[in-house]
Design a protein around this ligand. Structure first.
Ligand SMILES: Cc1cc2nc3c(=O)[nH]c(=O)nc-3n(C[C@H](O)[C@H](O)[C@H](O)COP(=O)(O)O)c2cc1C
Ligand SMILES: Nc1ncnc2c1ncn2[C@@H]1O[C@H](COP(=O)(O)OP(=O)(O)O)[C@@H](O)[C@H]1O
Length: 309
């Protein structure tokens, strides 16, 4: 997949099938929009593209309302490459872009991609003050010679799949529902860093990752998860939180891989969250914490036995 990070290029493309959107979470609705662009490209023998922004538009428009990211840029890139997207255009959303009228925005897109097909979701908006609607894009498409397809929203259990509903699921710890809406488990990636070297003393060493400040985290608590280490996908328990039993610390994600022993420092670790078992608690002694973690391990193993083949 070719990745483009600026709109002004020497290179230009033609006859591209392009999906437009923010696509945070690359959820089932996004997958339908992007999948259609890939399908059109395959059918016409042209290239498929995703046009998105590097930073959420709200980070410029209303920073205090900017939501945390469900998928990091790196994960989004991986997911789009897996979907066989040929070109990812991921440009920084700046003040200049903010002031483009809908027509000016489309002109830029046309001069770069000369698209044949443009696919969007039902609530896509573009241009100054989000004044460009799917209807306006369809009309401009007729003038400029591209077809616009507006995909209908995807519903699961009667609820519309949206980045907002996924953020609500994850931040309340409902990882099973989040996975339903995303079409895969919610996942975090990071490099294993050094902690307080307490885990090994407790008898449960935990590989710690420090997600970025923009990253959405599940509610504090203990989860069953799969740890992704290289090509391995291993059953694990994860604690998200500040270890309130000890003096307050930064919020972090700690992974205890079940029946496993290896040095993981500095390795890239992925965590696929499966089910929340309980909230993070304050224990009045280290023994109580150890006993509780031993119970979590039993419960976790039962979960893997009955849920995961
Ligand atoms: C399954 C599991 C459950 C945990 N639950 C709690 C908890 O409820 N309260 C708490 O303060 N710490 C909890 N912890 C975090 C431990 O306190 C933490 O792993 C330990 O302090 C090790 O820290 P370190 O990685 O910096 O050495 C839990 C850890 C694991 C692996
Ligand atoms: N089963 C396991 N799960 C997670 N990490 C493990 C495991 N076995 C060994 N380790 C190693 O132990 C380290 C964690 O030990 P711990 O005492 O908690 O130290 P730290 O406080 O630095 O995280 C991990 O980073 C990893 O290198």
């Amino acid at each position: 997949m070719k990745v483009i990070t600026r709109m002004e290029l020497n290179e230009s493309f033609s006859g591209v099938s392009i999906a437009l959107g923010t696509f945070d979470g690359v959820h089932l609705g996004h997958q339908k929009v992007i999948g259609r662009a890939v399908e059109f490209a395959n059918r016409s023998g042209g290239e498929s593209a995703v046009f998105t922004f590097e930073n959420h538009p709200l980070s410029i428009l209303a920073p205090h309302q900017c939501p945390p990211l469900i998928t990091s840029l790196a994960e989004k890139e991986r997911l789009l490459a897996d979907m066989r997207v040929d070109i990812l255009c991921r440009i920084p959303f700046t003040n200049d872009l903010l002031h483009l009228t809908p027509e000016e925005f489309v002109n830029k897109l046309v001069s770069l991609f000369s698209p044949s097909y443009v696919v969007i979701g039902p609530n896509y908006s573009f241009g100054y003050r989000s004044s460009g609607t799917p209807e306006l894009l369809t009309q401009i498409g007729k003038e400029k010679g591209f077809v616009v397809e507006v995909q209908e929203a995807v519903y699961i259990d009667g609820n519309m799949v949206s980045s907002t509903s996924i953020r609500q699921c994850v931040s309340s710890g409902n990882m099973e529902q989040a996975a339903k809406l995303m079409g895969r488990p919610f996942c975090l990636f990071g490099k294993v860093i050094h902690g307080d070297m307490r885990g090994r003393v407790l008898g449960f060493p935990t590989a710690n990752i420090q997600p970025s400040a923009e990253q959405l985290l599940p509610a504090d608590g203990v989860y069953t998860a799969h740890a992704i280490i290289g090509t391995q996908r291993l059953p694990a328990l994860v604690n998200v939180g500040t270890n309130p039993t000890f003096n307050n610390q930064n919020r972090r994600v700690e992974v205890y891989v079940l029946d496993f022993q290896a040095d993981l420092y500095d390795q890239e670790l992925g965590v696929e969250f499966l089910k929340r078992l309980r909230g993070e608690q304050i224990f009045s002694s280290i023994q109580e914490l150890k006993d509780r973690i031993a119970l979590d391990v039993i419960e976790g193993k039962q979960y893997f036995k009955s849920h995961v083949k």
